[in-house]
Ligand binder design. Structure first.
Ligand SMILES: Nc1ncnc2c1ncn2[C@@H]1O[C@H](COP(=O)(O)OS(=O)(=O)O)[C@@H](OP(=O)(O)O)[C@H]1O
Ligand SMILES: Nc1ncnc2c1ncn2[C@@H]1O[C@H](COP(=O)(O)OP(=O)(O)O)[C@@H](O)[C@H]1O
Length: 610
């Protein structure tokens, strides 16, 4: 049959409605405003601007496209060669910065005569200077789904903030990403040319760092992995241990108090959110999608959702992953891979026996399939293991992924005396701005402040030369006041030409830790002691060995405060294997070994701090 050459007349009766994806809604807006000209519809030959209709609408001549709240936005009519011609019905009125969404025609009428500059990331100080030299500019903020590393709303906020000091008009254009950088660039050039008309278009050089105000917007929008919304999704057979492990993990998080946690347990969800659903394939999929939707919303707002349904189908699990992704949360899949024989042996609820007798139809593992995940972040078989040991595997994997650091309070429940209501990280951030200009305060800590930490303090000072940008001090977790340095370790310093004569020891205190920008301990045990007193300090208290591991993972040009911040985001474990051994009363060989170990670590750390 020949392809139709023109849109057929719409069939009578109301057109079926469809709500497109966020990316498609962005495309629709640009098609309707003419920003994507010469494109006028979806799926034109060779165009990446496509519309995926559900199977039951694929053959419909006309589909009414609605926004998520059901407002009809446009009619999409079947056109030539499989395209969908778009005819606007109404214009979106809501959404942040809607007033800045101008069409090319509106821009020409209101702002002609300005240089058009496409913006798809936070403007840097250098770029602001570049813009100032251009005279009046129109910042075409390309804020569509997935185009920028920043969320659409943060990109517009960042651009408006940077524009305060410029002769600039900000226009928001929801140009979405279409999968590959080349296509995105090509569409960006096309859209900018359409908006510019006869005015010049200027492409910014990618260069430099944003100023403090813009950086604060970026930081808020891109939280560190351990502050990001998180969906912990346990999947596995009935009786595998999902609920038990999920509950144990939740208890740890709740006791630590640093995250807001919501449980979406399989059985509990089926009593409330999914009441009435059966165990047919379709109903199980609905159940999991509901859990996924709620979990994604929780993650959108920075919370932790702990889900523990069977979730037997890979495709539905992938859909949940995509929903969480869209909400800019992290998705962490735990496969509780206890084999069927063990689950059946446990048969806590007697369900397997009933399923074997045919009294429960479609029972997972017996008469309904379980598709093993191939994309699990961690796989735990609980057979013959304690709950603590199984939980340990999950906590290790979460720590490794940087999502939940193994701080002492997550590690094990704290007792009442050591509970400390330390200021949250937000306050830490505010304080940081005012400290930026002050010298870095680095505190070294060991046990008695007579062997390793004085060596660190005095040797670091020597390595730093006369740098005024860092101050080094030291203290001991169990030290006495006013003791001189241990003679064996002092020998090592003297060999380097450092005179330890004036040094006297002191005990560490909360005040000393609070005043430090960075605390480096000789052993993991010292770190644990300090963190018990200051649980919020896990971003600045490390063992020296752990810190140096972090430093070595970062590019050479990351230095000073940036270095401390970035090590904080990507820190590894305080592995006791990285400890500097205590040489006290172990003779000259132990002292020489400790000095050599410290020399190596300090050379790596100090050079990057000054
Ligand atoms: N036919 C059948 N198959 C599997 N499970 C069954 C069935 N009928 C009832 N149950 C009980 O329901 C719990 C599983 O519900 P879920 O919502 O997690 O299942 S699913 O993800 O929708 O597949 C499951 O709980 P858990 O043991 O916590 O997994 C069972 O107790
Ligand atoms: N290492 C372990 N981890 C988790 N559960 C375990 C472990 N060892 C034994 N169990 C037992 O297995 C059962 C698992 O039940 P549950 O957590 O309700 O599983 P599910 O939610 O997957 O149906 C519980 O009775 C639990 O005490």
């Amino acid at each position: 049959m020949p392809e139709p050459t023109a849109a057929p007349a719409p069939s009578p009766g109301p057109a079926p409605q469809h709500c497109p994806t966020p990316r498609e809604l962005d495309d629709l807006e640009l098609l309707v405003t003419g920003a994507l000209a010469p494109l006028r519809g979806f799926d034109e030959p060779g165009s990446p601007v496509s519309l995926a209709l559900p199977a039951d609408l694929a053959d419909a001549d006309v589909v009414e496209l609605v926004d998520p709240e059901g407002l009809p936005l446009a009619r999409a009519t079947r056109g030539p060669a499989g395209s969908r011609v778009v005819e606007p019905l109404s214009r979106s009125e809501y959404g942040p910065f809607r007033r800045l969404h101008l069409s090319p025609v509106e821009v020409r009428a209101q702002h002609a005569g300005r240089t058009v500059v496409p913006v798809s990331d936070a403007l840097t100080v250098e770029q602001a200077a570049e813009l100032r030299a251009l005279g009046p500019v129109l910042l075409l903020t390309l804020c569509g789904t997935g185009l920028s590393a920043l969320s659409p709303v943060a990109l517009v906020r960042a651009t408006l903030t940077a524009a305060e000091d410029l002769d600039a008009v900000v226009v928001a254009v929801p140009l979405a990403s279409h999968g590959d950088a080349e296509t995105d660039h090509r569409l960006g050039v096309q859209v900018a040319a359409t908006y510019a008309g006869d005015d010049p278009v200027h492409g910014l050089r990618a260069d430099g760092e944003p100023d403090a105000r813009v950086a604060a917007i970026v930081e808020q929008d891109q939280p560190a992995p351990d502050e990001q919304g998180l969906v912990l999704f346990f999947t596995g057979l009935s009786g595998s241990g999902k609920s038990t492990l999920a509950r144990a993990l939740m208890d740890r998080l709740l006791e630590a108090g640093s995250r807001s946690v919501t449980s979406l347990d399989g059985d509990v969800v089926r009593r409330h959110l999914s009441a009435g659903l059966t165990f047919s394939k379709a109903d199980r999929e609905t159940n999991i999608r509901r859990i996924g939707w709620v979990a994604a919303e929780i993650s959108r707002h920075g919370g932790v959702a702990v889900c523990s349904p069977i979730a037997p189908f890979d495709e539905t699990r992938q859909q949940v992953r995509a929903m969480v992704d869209e909400a800019r949360g992290a998705f962490f899949l735990v496969h509780v891979a206890t084999p069927l024989e063990e689950c059946e042996r446990r048969d806590r609820k007697g369900l397997y026996a009933k399923a074997r007798r045919g009294e429960i139809p479609e029972f997972t593992g017996i008469s309904s399939p379980y598709e093993e995940p191939e994309d699990a972040d961690v796989r735990v078989d609980t057979t013959g293991r304690t709950i603590e040991a199984a939980l340990d595997d999950v906590l290790d994997a979460l720590d490794e992924a940087g999502l939940i650091p193994r701080t002492p309070e997550v590690e094990e429940p704290r007792n009442e005396e050591s509970r400390d209501h330390t200021p949250p990280v937000v306050e830490e951030r505010v304080q940081r701005a005012s400290r930026d200009q002050a010298p870095l305060n680095v505190l070294f800590v060991c046990t008695a402040n007579i062997c390793r930490s004085p060596y660190m303090e005095l040797r670091a000072r020597q390595l730093a030369g006369d740098s005024a940008t860092v101050r080094f001090t030291s203290a001991g977790t169990h030290g006495f006041d006013q003791h001189p340095m241990d003679p064996e370790m002092a020998t090592g310093l003297i060999a380097h030409g450092v005179d330890p004569a004036g040094f006297t020891s002191r005990p560490v205190s909360r005040q000393l830790v609070a005043a430090a920008d960075l605390v480096l301990t000789a052993e993991a045990a010292h770190r644990t002691i300090l963190l018990e007193d200051d649980p919020g300090g896990f971003r600045k208290i490390y063992t020296l060995g752990q810190f140096v591991e972090g430093v070595r993972r970062l590019p050479e040009d990351v230095r000073g405060r940036d270095l401390i911040e970035q090590v904080g985001r990507h820190r590894g474990n305080a592995d006791p294997a990285l400890d500097v051994q205590d040489p006290y009363r172990r003779g000259p060989e132990a002292a020489a070994a400790a000095s050599a170990h410290l020399d190596e670590l300090l050379a790596a750390a100090v050079d990057r701090l000054v």
